[in-house]
Design a protein around this ligand. Structure first.
Ligand SMILES: CC(C)(COP(=O)(O)OP(=O)(O)OC[C@H]1O[C@@H](n2cnc3c(N)ncnc32)[C@H](O)[C@@H]1OP(=O)(O)O)[C@@H](O)C(=O)NCCC(=O)NCCS
Length: 179
C-alpha cells in the first residue's frame, strides 16, 4: 500500500449528524480532490472566506491546486465529505502546517455555510487534533479575528488557551499536545 493510501485509511472516520446523515472525515487526496476543493472554496460566503484567511482571499483554480498540494507530514489537510446520491462534495476543510524545528503547527478550519451548526466544525477540529498528535505535532496554534466569537468559543471548549495580541488586532489560541 502506498504511503498516501495508508495515511488516508488510517485517519478516515465517520461523524453522524443529528438527522442520521453520515459525514466522512479523511485526509485530502492531493490530485483526486482538487476539483471538489475548488468547488468548496469558490462557493464559500465572503464572510467565511474572510474569517478563514483573516482578509478576503480571491479563490482561483491555481491557488486551490497549491492548497491541495499537501504532503501529510509538514502540511496536513482533513476534509469533511457528504454523499448526495452518486455525487460527493467537500463541506469542510481543516488543515495545519508544521514547523518541524519547533514541532508547532498553525491550524485553520472552514465549514461551508450550508453545513454549519451541525457539530462538523467542532468534530473535525477534534479529529485534526487527534491526527496532529499521532503525527508527532507538539503544539497547535491559530490566530483569529476578535469578531470571530464562534471559533473562539469552540477553541475554549476544546481546551485552547487564548490570548489577545493588540499589536496584531487578533486573538491567538494555543493547545499543547505533548511536552
Ligand atoms: C467557526 C466554524 C469553523 C464553526 O463551524 P460549525 O460547523 O458551524 O461549528 P459547530 O457546529 O461545531 O459549532 C457551532 C455552533 O453550533 C452548535 N452546535 C454544535 N452541534 C450542533 C448540533 N448538532 N445542532 C445544533 N447546534 C450545534 C455549537 O454548540 C456551536 O454553538 P455556539 O456558537 O453557540 O458556541 C465555521 O463557522 C466557519 O467555517 N467559520 C469561518 C472560518 C473560520 O472562522 N475559521 C476559524 C479560523 S481559521
Amino acid at each position: 500500500m502506498s504511503v498516501e493510501k495508508d495515511i488516508v485509511k488510517r485517519f478516515e472516520t465517520t461523524y453522524v449528524l443529528d438527522d442520521g446523515r453520515m459525514v466522512v472525515f479523511r485526509p485530502l487526496k492531493p490530485e483526486e480532490d482538487v476539483e471538489m476543493l475548488y468547488q468548496f472554496y469558490s462557493s464559500l460566503s465572503k464572510e467565511k472566506n474572510y474569517f478563514r484567511f483573516l482578509s478576503y482571499r480571491k479563490v482561483t483554480r491555481w491557488i486551490v491546486e497549491e492548497w491541495a498540494n499537501i504532503n501529510y507530514y509538514k502540511s496536513m489537510a482533513l476534509v469533511a465529505l457528504v454523499k448526495n446520491g452518486e455525487s460527493i462534495k467537500i463541506v469542510a476543510d481543516s488543515r495545519y502546517f508544521l514547523d518541524r524545528e519547533t514541532g508547532a503547527a498553525e491550524i485553520a478550519i472552514v465549514v461551508h455555510n450550508d453545513w454549519q451548526h451541525k457539530g462538523i466544525g467542532t468534530n473535525l477540529l477534534l479529529h485534526t487534533i487527534k491526527v496532529a498528535k499521532e503525527m508527532g505535532v507538539k503544539k497547535i496554534f491559530a490566530y483569529v479575528s476578535p469578531e470571530n466569537r464562534k471559533i473562539i468559543r469552540i477553541g475554549k471548549r476544546l481546551g485552547f488557551t487564548t490570548k489577545w495580541y493588540p499589536e496584531m488586532g487578533e486573538y491567538g489560541g494555543e493547545l499543547i499536545l505533548s511536552e
